[in-house]
Design a protein around this ligand. Structure first.
Ligand SMILES: Cc1cc2nc3c(=O)[nH]c(=O)nc-3n(C[C@H](O)[C@H](O)[C@H](O)COP(=O)(O)OP(=O)(O)OC[C@H]3O[C@@H](n4cnc5c(N)ncnc54)[C@H](O)[C@@H]3O)c2cc1C
Length: 559
């Protein structure tokens, strides 16, 4: 087969790989993208297990996508994407007997009225938070989702905030543990429930620094842009980004697993696929793959500095996920009737119990509590099920480390029991159900190692300059012309295209400025990665050590 030569090869066609392909092709580069699976989109994928019902197999709600500068610039509405919203954004019943859930409505005034009804004054607090968010939204999103270090965006943010003491107070708010932020902000239960449930979309423990900031971010996004879903299923979002990439001229291949990245003279020269195709990259290779896969599988071991290999032993995956999907012939009969209007429902634990649940699983123990996130997709998009039915999923997490046989199935059973307790009669309406445990998620998408949702933990010790391993927090790697473009890179997980867009921008800039800046940064990453005390030349010992600590989900056995 003749060798294909392109300006850039993108390895992996998840949202980040596709966004990277769009940016490079827009700049006139000849781009070839190789995706291992038979579909594009990675964890943005849906299928029809029962005729008429569309089930999202991983991600489902897209506040980050709706707000993301990288995705907004793609104008996906012209490439087949239509957003749809549930009448309410999020509901959280405090317990199974609750007849009224805390609700984040589409209209801020309705959310505030609900909070006030339970604790007068909390509504005003909510509207104050939203007002502050709207004043600083644009520079803040650029700081969070743009390249690191975000110097110009940070300066714009500081200017927008007006006073330095306000900025310092905001920084403190974002760093607070969820449990403390909830207590500081809200007198009543409902505000704390909304904050707690949203914080648990990432794996930062409820009592650890940063979980409050994450809960606040999702609450504000939910109030500002909602939790939209693509009409027709998650696959429609992936399809729109793929259509946009093709329209810009990118060549997208499925069923093309990249087996290795070819390196010569310290520079990425191209890739070889599992079926023997060779694609030469004139300018760059962008990897939308997991961090351990890039450094331990795709690169020759002698191209990975010893300290990077050692750092990978400490790379922390996010919590293993168990997802249960139900096809229903009726809506979920929630006892808390206002939960019937929400696309996303958090349930199984109130804010204090969430702290207990999160502390247990974060410290490696299974919890006696079962907290889950649930999506009732036809409430958000009626096209997902025949009239009167619904396609519903719920997911929860297990502790990191070796998986106890049967643990995933047991957790799925407990999740269903929690839903039945909150919605008596639920089970009578189940027409079809299937479980995706950590192993099934990873089989579907190699980046979801051990069922990890975010390409690596979202905890502070693996963010910014610590993402993916201590270094620069940038997409450059120790190999010239090779960029990390997946959720494993800053700014991390979620469907916002940030890592892909940043990697592409850096590759374009390096090409524009010539190789000198790229060489300088590559030297720095090599320096940060080198360690004269550790002269191991093979990745083998590192892989073995990870197996012992059980930190890498790649080594976690399935259910
Ligand atoms: C259960 C679950 C629920 C989630 N819910 C949400 C949500 O509601 N909202 C949200 O914003 N985010 C959600 N996320 C997170 C979000 O889906 C991910 O953070 C996002 O998809 C990461 O994008 P990515 O492009 O980095 O990686 P992925 O989406 O994982 O895509 C990576 C792609 O690379 C391919 N690949 C890997 N190795 C190779 C190779 N060697 N050769 C070729 N191809 C390769 C894979 O097959 C895959 O297609 C969820 C994730 C999961 C698992």
């Amino acid at each position: 087969m003749p060798e294909r030569v392109a300006d850039a090869v993108v390895v992996g066609g998840g949202p980040n790989g596709l966004v990277a392909a769009c940016r490079l092709a827009d700049a006139g580069w000849d781009v070839v993208l190789c995706e291992a699976a038979d579909h594009l989109g990675g964890a943005v994928v849906s299928q029809e297990p029962v005729p008429g019902y569309t089930v999202d197999l991983a991600s489902a709600f897209y506040p980050l996508a709706a707000a993301s500068p990288a995705l907004r610039r793609l104008d996906l509405g012209h490439h087949g994407l239509t957003w749809s919203h549930a009448p309410a954004v999020v509901a959280h019943p405090a317990g199974p007997d609750d007849e009224r859930a805390a609700v984040l409505h589409r209209d801020p005034a309705d959310t505030a009225a609900g909070l006030d009804a339970e604790a007068p004054g909390d509504g005003e607090t909510w509207l104050g938070l939203l007002d502050q968010w709207r004043r600083m939204r644009e520079p803040l999103l650029d700081v969070m989702l743009g390249p690191f270090p975000p110097v110009p965006a940070l300066l714009r943010l500081l200017r927008r905030m007006g006073e330095a003491p306000d900025a310092i107070r905001l920084a403190r708010t974002l760093l607070l543990p969820m449990s403390q932020l909830g207590e500081e902000l809200f007198k009543g239960r409902d505000g704390r429930l909304l904050l707690a449930g949203n914080a648990m979309h990432a794996d930062i423990p409820a009592v650890a620094a940063g979980s409050g900031g994450f809960g606040w971010l999702l609450c504000m996004l939910g109030q500002d842009v909602g939790f939209p879903v693509p009409v027709g299923g998650a696959g429609a979002l992936a399809g729109a980004i793929a259509a946009r990439a093709r329209a810009a001229g990118a060549e997208l291949h499925t069923g093309a697993r990249v087996e290795r990245i070819v390196v010569g003279g310290g520079r990425a020269l191209g890739v070889v696929t599992a079926d023997g195709r060779r694609i030469r990259a004139r300018r760059a290779v962008l990897a939308d793959v997991s961090v351990p896969s890039l450094y331990r599988e795709l690169l020759p071991p002698d191209q990975v500095p010893a300290r990077v290999r050692a750092d990978l032993d400490r790379f922390t995956w996010d919590l293993p996920t168990v997802k249960l999907n139900w096809v229903l012939d009726a809506p979920v009969p929630w006892r808390a009737v206002n939960a019937r209007l929400a696309g996303t429902v958090h349930l199984g634990a109130d804010d204090r119990e969430i702290s207990r649940w999160s502390a247990a699983i974060s410290s490696g123990q299974e919890s006696d509590l079962t907290f889950l996130l649930l999506g009732q997709m036809a409430v958000a998009d009626p096209s997902r099920a025949p009239a009167g039915g619904d396609a519903v999923w719920g997911y929860s997490h297990l502790p990191r480390g070796p998986l106890r046989p049967g643990a995933a199935i047991e957790l799925a059973e407990r999740m269903e029991a929690v839903v039945e307790a909150h919605a008596p009669g639920f089970r009578d309406h189940v027409v079809h159900r299937f479980v995706q445990g950590p192993q099934e998620l990873e089989q579907m998408d190699a980046n979801l190692v051990g069922g990890a949702v975010n390409g690596g933990t979202a905890q502070l010790h693996q963010q910014l300059i610590f993402r993916p391993v201590p270094g620069l927090g940038r997409p450059e790697t120790p190999v010239l012309g090779l960029y990390l473009a997946s959720a494993g890179a800053h700014p991390g997980g979620g469907v916002h295209g940030g890592p892909g867009d940043i990697a592409a921008r850096v590759a374009l800039r390096s090409a524009r400025l010539g190789e000198l800046p790229g060489r300088a940064l590559t030297r720095v990453t090599r320096y940060l990665g080198s360690d004269t005390r550790d002269r191991r030349t093979s990745a083998e010992p590192a892989a073995r050590r990870t197996r012992r600590t059980g930190r890498s989900g790649a080594t976690v056995p399935g259910p």
